[in-house]
Ligand binder design. Structure first.
Ligand code: OAD
Length: 239
């Protein structure tokens, strides 16, 4: 599928949804989860990113999230994030992400549905009181005695209701959904592309056979998200 056709679809669309995953952030230097260099290749997510890990293995849980927080130091959005933020301003695109890094917001996106929460803020896991990020890093406890945790969604937890509901509503009325940099392995976000009656585009380094078979994408663009978004954005400017 050529960029001119995708640009035409964007121009015709009244309601655009952009749904991103970890592949959106790799070009900023943050590893994804399931690629050869992905986080889950070396660490079993069940040992670090679950409610059980938080409750019963706090030291390991804490080390894992502190390393992820430290890895955000100096990380900045790339051109792809900037283009998406621009499409939100100029085309009212709705942005939903599984990423916890807030790079869409740092690129200037005003509203983003953080479906898996954010790693940049923390709270007490017992009384839910917000706390300072530094307090989590230094392993302080809350005044109630509870341990601190990032505001991410752990395996075994529900997605934030507000983010989920607004994303589902936006997808249901969308005439164009652009899915970027996600393996579509994680429920329930992987259900979202099936909920639209509009066109659905998949942008990813590759499209696995079972993914191609499970979804009815109108276009599959394989390559780096930043390059493809630039190609589409340039085609939009030629119009
Ligand atoms: P994955 O690591 O499962 O998938 C990332 C996808 O992005 C892979 O298919 C890569 O090939 C692709 N990719 C990598 N770099 C890319 C690039 N520069 N351009 C385009 N595509 C690229 O990550 P997610 O699908 O986001 O959840 O994972 C979903 C959830 O699983 C995460 O939010 C996290 C994880 O467990 C929780 O921790 C709750």
């Amino acid at each position: 599928m050529d960029y001119t056709t995708i640009a035409q679809w964007l121009n015709e669309a009244r309601n655009i949804v952009i749904l991103t995953g970890a592949g959106m952030s790799t070009e900023s230097g943050i590893p994804d989860f399931r690629s050869t260099e992905g986080r889950w290749r070396n660490i079993d997510p069940l040992t670090v990113a679950t409610t059980d890990a938080y409750a019963m293995n706090y030291d390991v849980f804490h080390d894992f999230y502190c390393a992820r927080i430290a890895a955000l130091d100096g990380v900045t959005p790339h051109i792809g994030h900037e283009i998406i933020a621009k499409w939100q301003r100029t085309r009212q695109a709705f942005i939903a992400t599984q990423n916890v890094d807030r790079l869409h917001q740092l690129a200037g996106a005003a509203q983003v549905a953080d479906l898996h929460g954010t790693i940049r803020t923390v709270r007490c896991g017992r009384c839910e009181q917000e706390a300072a990020l530094q307090a989590f890093i230094e392993k302080e406890t809350c005044t109630c005695g509870g341990t601190l945790r990032p505001n991410v969604v752990l395996f075994g937890e529900r997605l934030p209701a507000g983010a989920w509901d607004t994303t589902m509503q936006s997808i249901q009325k969308a005439d164009l959904v652009v899915v970027i940099g996600t393996s579509l392995r994680v429920y329930p976000v992987n259900q979202l592309p099936t909920m639209t009656n509009g066109k659905c585009i998949y942008i990813n380094l590759q499209c696995e056979d079972d993914v191609a078979a499970s979804y009815t994408f109108d276009a599959i663009l394989t390559g780096k998200a930043g390059d493809i978004l630039q190609g589409i954005d340039q085609a939009l400017q030629l119009k």
